[in-house]
Design a protein around this ligand. Structure first.
Ligand SMILES: Nc1ncnc2c1ncn2[C@@H]1O[C@H](COP(=O)(O)OP(=O)(O)OP(=O)(O)O)[C@@H](O)[C@H]1O
Ligand SMILES: [Mg+2]
Length: 215
């Protein structure tokens, strides 16, 4: 299959293979069959080139954060991209003020809550302006105000976004929804096609013997 829509959602129950797919898109895990190409680049053989195209927010921020302070963490990707120190400083100040977080600059990351770490990882990814953004449950730890702000910011971004979520309301306006089940695509279409069937299936599985259902 190919995907070129601007807004693509991936849904499915716990263990359906959503995060595993991200691992393959970023070249962390090679596919056992088939091949993934991002703009012609195979991430399992050319991970560096793939990562220059793709910005990923992993499900667990603790797997993503490297540095002890917010300022260092936010600047890392931009330094890797060869940005000038003054430009990096300005970009960091700008994104923190966009989120009302100017007092975060010097904060030790160890003192941030889980949701705050998740937000920090997302800001780091946004700063790098990747061509493709892959977000694994970006709203899961965020409070309602942050989530609304983030949703508004994501809506304005020109890049292609692949968004994994359990919150189907947040993707009802997307161009395409992939429903994964047991590591395979159960349904692929627009939200009007996929979401009603998905909701009905979840109702059925919640009501009886759901533990016997495949993920
Ligand atoms: N490193 C691994 N080694 C072996 N199996 C794994 C590994 N990581 C995940 N799995 C298995 O692969 C399946 C899919 O996991 P995955 O993390 O992709 O699910 P998910 O759809 O992201 O679920 P969730 O909604 O809970 O985040 C699960 O059965 C999981 O136990
Ligand atoms: Mg997952």
């Amino acid at each position: 299959m190919t995907a070129q829509e601007q807004r693509i959602a991936i849904i499915g129950r716990n263990g359906a293979g959503k995060s595993s797919l991200i691992q393959m898109i970023t070249g962390l895990t090679p596919p056992s069959a088939g091949r993934i190409l991002l703009d012609g680049i195979d991430p399992s053989t050319d991970r560096r080139a793939a990562l220059s195209l793709v910005g990923v927010l992993f499900q667990n921020p603790d797997h993503q954060i490297i540095f002890p302070t917010v300022e260092e963490e936010l600047g890392f990707g931009l330094r890797q991209q060869g940005g000038a120190p003054d430009d990096i400083k300005a970009a960091i100040d700008n994104i923190l003020s966009q989120f009302g977080l100017c007092d975060w600059l010097k904060r030790p990351i160890a003192q941030l809550s889980h949701g705050q770490k998740q937000l920090l990882c997302l800001l780091s990814v946004l700063l790098m302006k990747p061509k493709l953004l892959v977000l694994d449950e970006p709203f899961s730890g965020l409070d309602m105000a942050m989530r609304l702000r983030l949703q508004a910011i994501l809506a304005q971004l020109p890049q292609m976004i692949i968004h994994i979520t359990h919150d189907t309301d947040s993707i009802s306006h997307y161009d395409r929804v992939l429903w994964l089940r047991g590591g395979r695509i159960k349904m692929d279409g627009n939200p009007q096609q996929v979401l009603p069937t998905f909701h009905a299936a979840m109702q059925t599985e919640a009501s009886d013997a759901f533990l016997d259902q495949p993920a």
